[in-house]
Design a protein around this ligand. Structure first.
Ligand SMILES: [Zn+2]
Length: 108
């Protein structure tokens, strides 16, 4: 799971994504994976625990891609008016990783 590169606290993906929602043209960017990944990697996030700032490029790209997929898979995953993420992204990511490992075990 993504951790703050400075203090090592596990980050809440919903909270990270909420930091990105006010960017220009966000609604269009959040529908286009390439644009989303570009915006994500160059976005300056602020850690809610230590208050330090870091680029999205420091976080695991695979998780960010999965987060994009999850947000687009579920209707109404983002409340644009309140700028809130309605999905529990960390739980969904954990579940997804678990299934992936189980899949590997079965096929391996
Ligand atoms: Zn931190």
């Amino acid at each position: 799971m993504a951790k703050c590169p400075l203090c090592g606290t596990t980050l809440n993906w919903a909270e990270l994504i909420e930091q990105m929602l006010p960017i220009d043209d966000a609604q269009a960017i959040f529908k286009d994976k390439e644009r989303f990944m570009g915006a994500f990697e160059s976005f300056v996030f602020k850690c809610p625990t230590c208050g330090d700032e870091f680029y999205g490029g420091n976080l695991p790209r695979k998780e960010a891609e999965k987060v994009f997929d999850l947000l687009n898979e579920f209707n109404g995953s983002i409340d644009w008016e309140k700028r809130r993420v309605r999905l529990r992204l960390n739980s969904l990511l954990a579940l997804d990783m678990m299934l992936e490992q189980w899949d590997k075990k079965v096929k391996g």
